[in-house]
Unconditional design. Sequence first.
Lengths: 333, 333
Amino acid sequence: MATIYDVARRAQVSAATVSRVLNGRETVDPALAERVLAAVGELGYRRNAVARNLRKQQTSLWAVIISDVENPFFTSMVRGIEDVASAAGCSVVLCNSDENPEKESRYIAVALGEQMAGVIISPSSDRVEDLNLLSSSGCPVVMVDRELKGVRGDAVLVDNENGAEEATAHLVEQGYERIACITGPQRASTATERLRGYRNALEAAGRRANDTLIRMANFRADGGHDAMASLLDEQQPPDAVFVTNNLMTVGALECLVERRLDIPGDVALVGFDEVPWADLVRPSITTVAQPTYEEGRAAAELLARRIAEPDRALTRQILRTSLRVRASSTSHP
Amino acid sequence: MATIYDVARRAQVSAATVSRVLNGRETVDPALAERVLAAVGELGYRRNAVARNLRKQQTSLWAVIISDVENPFFTSMVRGIEDVASAAGCSVVLCNSDENPEKESRYIAVALGEQMAGVIISPSSDRVEDLNLLSSSGCPVVMVDRELKGVRGDAVLVDNENGAEEATAHLVEQGYERIACITGPQRASTATERLRGYRNALEAAGRRANDTLIRMANFRADGGHDAMASLLDEQQPPDAVFVTNNLMTVGALECLVERRLDIPGDVALVGFDEVPWADLVRPSITTVAQPTYEEGRAAAELLARRIAEPDRALTRQILRTSLRVRASSTSHP
DNA sequence: GTGCCACGTCGTAGATGGTTGCCATGGTGC
DNA sequence: GCACCATGGCAACCATCTACGACGTGGCAC
């Protein structure tokens, strides 16, 4: 592997000059610059990023730590991030914490150790210190989808409470009586906010949320499945269910199909998060859609700005959701 | 940020001793080691991975370059890779080439520049040189899902030809007459192999593949949709379609739903690759399932072995697919 | 008892590859 | 002839690892 010294020798200049040419400084004689470029081409020289990072004390790598790489919600967000990053000349490395605080910590340590330029994360633990360690070491943090109070970092969120309220109000309007809610783990801000929206909507309709109709699951398909089963086994099962994320919606749907229940005749269904196949499933599924690509974009733009101006005031962007009414919630037209 | 010298000063030893303790060498007095560890704790010292990588000329990072982060096939594979990597004490960084040769090249350059320990890739271009540059620089390459001839690297594939043959033979058995095929871009080995399997099965049944019933699309949903539309607009449209990847199957399905065609009454459908929602769609979709998690596992294990023994002979593992017959292909029982 | 050798342990110094502040040099303009 | 500017080289620096050598101690042999 050729080094900058090999290039310098071949171009008959010093390594400093090679470095200047490669970094596009103006103070180099064009003739020399050409010799350098020629030598680079002949030797197939590629700059050693590790050495460069060490000297410059930073990289052009962004870490994106998401909690489930198999969830289309996150992968769509990643696309938004990537587009901004490549426009900024940075590369994105994706880390899958898998809702596992241990793995998340490991990836945070990697981002720190590798001196990544910044981190975009949807926290799956509540370890505030880990993230503050990052930001206090000069590695900016942007939270996306979920917020962790006390973390010094920007955030891009959606109006979960409002979205959940709209979804629940829609079920109320459609005449459903016993509306259940399957939400996620308590440590996820999305889970508690969406539950709150659900409660608000019921109260606005003059009803009270019934704890026997509320389940906390793990944001995964199996959790949605089991929660649905447990709801159906209640003495008074629900006639409608609001599920607060897409994978749990899939699980709940599977459970309903297994039991040969009619949707929305026996049980109506509304999910949070859009899924690519929402229109293919029979019946098609009503969802609270999030602007996933936009969330990614916004988070990436915040990161880029913070890298440019580390001392900016912290910002917190809230995007809006939109209810997409489909067949799974409209039996009573 | 504390350095190894700060630790050394505090523990009253030399930096070399700190390094030895941190790397678990035996040749250090236990009392000194304890002092070092105490100093590390008190200072909150974390080793600078960049400097370490520079000195050691390698990292413990694996790059996984996939061609579509929104495809569940790849994300499931990534899980298999991660499990092996973390057992080996390595971290996985995921790079999304998005079927874009430019982006792929950029990520390969990053892997090279950052001196990653190895690369697992599902190539989306046919630039053999890029990959050989990696392997000749001492960064081992493992291809997964797709093979690129001429690349010095291990490979984990599935028996595409056989899987496609089984799928097509199944449609023949079910009595379909005009069986079409929607396959992927020619540069992807998976696309051509699956097309070959399709042809083989037709010939084995004493028929000949009809070029007006074959389409090459882009492995994405829109491509599948347009190819399906174009097939349906033929003077003699097909009564069955074999689609060679999951996203195109979704697109084809959308097209059939739009045109209010009955599946499998008007057109039968068999897809390649399992999708999480295959059982939720009505009718459920017959697929050729791949052992995705196992593919990831196998690729990761090959990489780990090659890092340990760089001079091993190249290997090429072929896994088997399995046909999952569901409702979309069984109108003639 | 003494001298030598071996071995365990630790520090010094150089190496990894690239960047950049500072200074020297040479040329040009006034 | 002097001053200034453009340009390029020297050397320090980033944080860590490790080969080599030094030092001390213990054991063994004479």
